[in-house]
Design a protein around this ligand. Sequence first.
Ligand SMILES: Nc1ncnc2c1ncn2[C@@H]1O[C@H](COP(=O)(O)OP(=O)(O)OP(=O)(O)O)[C@@H](O)[C@H]1O
Length: 231
Amino acid sequence: MKLLEGHQIGINFDGRWLYQDVNFTLTAHHILALIGENGVGKTTLLRAILGEQAVSAGELTWHSSQAVVAYVPQYRADMQAFPLTIKEYVSLSMDHGIRPWFTSAEKEWLTHIIADTKLTAIANRRIDQASGGERQRAFLAQALVRRPQILILDEATANLDQHAKFELMDVVDHYRQHHELSVIMVSHDTDIVQRYADDYLFLTAGTSEFGTSPDAAISRMKQGQEATQHV
Ligand SMILES: Nc1ncnc2c1ncn2[C@@H]1O[C@H](COP(=O)(O)OP(=O)(O)OP(=O)(O)O)[C@@H](O)[C@H]1O
């Protein structure tokens, strides 16, 4: 089932096209990898999907009415003196209407998400004392607690070590297998794209490419990264 389609999307800033004629499909339960060189416009496309940026050409067509879209940012080291526990931090994004308290069903859901993201043992630890991997899982939990149909990971595994990045993605993968969730992930990491992506969108200033088997795109990513290392 298609959730979202991009038809001939183009983004133009100040008379300069970042890209044109971008076509893609986000399929239910799939992980779509959004790849391309630095500055090509990946985050800008995410902003368009989030409704924060108008496209200059083409159309984004939603096939799911009122899909909840949640976002996990890149790890940032500058979260100092943030005086909340992990559990309190995760609960910040829970919608409890005008009630200042959580119902028992809401508390149960929070406990469930904290367990799914492997944070139970440290739920009462302050978030500013958590490791990078734990903090990213807390960001992920904060996104999942909103029950999204679409999860956007914007380089969410960047700056994590090998163990932490696979741990985070295993949680995402496990969750999407058990819930109605599709994922769009921006990543420069060929290991992550290879292991988790079902589909890919390779954005370029020239001809962008959408496909359902990321292998060829991963080879192109590796070639691009090797070329950059030799400059
Ligand atoms: N509102 C804006 N007005 C003008 N230019 C913009 C605007 N937003 C983004 N840009 C430019 O568009 C280009 C693409 O930016 P974007 O952050 O989307 O790239 P990216 O592919 O996500 O890069 P990276 O991989 O480095 O994170 C950049 O040159 C940026 O300066």
